[in-house]
Design a protein around this ligand. Structure first.
Ligand SMILES: [Zn+2]
Length: 214
């Protein structure tokens, strides 16, 4: 791998200043979107995933990325990443305040926003970091029309997007007592296969541990 390839594929770190303040704060992360495009959306990349191909048509900040100083607790779980469609359900000053915040971060109103916990990212392994990023990318799906065919915007020609829930929502206790539903069975099947992406691929693509892997 040449020097340039190495630099481009280096996994971006959150900025240090984000950890310096006691109050929660955020930092726009255009470098993380560039890295996502290079690593997961580019057909030439070893970690290219055709499941995310529709996202390649979008530029920052149509899909914007944000570092959050730390994660948060929601429904008893700790959240380290989030993908959302930007919808400002407010009027008057409330709407204007929210819009101003986005303009300050991104110079524009994003259509979708991916937020990543910077504290988690700082200590996560390359494998865990890649898995988190792809998890969030899977939430932004190519929208299908009523016939189940992937749909495109008539004006821009770009894929229509939609937020997609998780493939499996179930309790371990229910599976233990009642057995696996089709969705859970599919998850088990995937879990029992060798991962398509090997740790070596990730180390090479992320760069940070490149020299440690033989
Ligand atoms: Zn999720």
């Amino acid at each position: 791998m040449n020097q340039l390839g190495f630099v481009i594929q280096q996994r971006p770190d959150p900025p240090d200043w984000i950890f310096a303040l006691d109050t929660p704060n955020f930092a726009p992360a255009p470098e993380l979107w560039e890295w996502i495009k290079t690593v997961f959306l580019d057909k030439k990349s070893k970690l290219f995933n055709p499941d995310h191909f529709h996202l390649g048509a979008f530029y920052y900040p149509e899909i914007a990325v944000l570092w959050a100083q730390c994660g948060f607790k929601k429904q008893g779980r700790f959240v380290v990443g989030q993908a959302e469609k930007i919808m400002i359900n407010a009027g008057g000053w409330k709407k204007e305040r929210q819009e101003q915040q986005f303009y300050q971060w991104f110079n524009d109103l994003p259509e979708y926003l991916i937020t990543i916990d910077a504290s988690y990212a700082k200590q996560a392994s390359d494998v865990d970091f890649c898995a988190l990023i792809e998890h969030e990318l899977y939430h932004i799906a190519h929208k299908k029309d009523k016939y189940g065919v992937p749909s495109y915007n008539r004006e821009t020609g770009k894929p229509n997007l939609a937020i997609q829930g998780h493939d499996v929502e179930e309790f371990i206790g229910v599976v233990r007592r009642y057995g696996a539903s089709t969705d859970v069975q599919n998850m088990v099947k995937a879990a029992n296969q060798r991962p398509l992406v090997s740790k070596v691929d990730i180390h090479h693509a992320c760069g940070t541990c490149y020299l440690k892997v033989v």
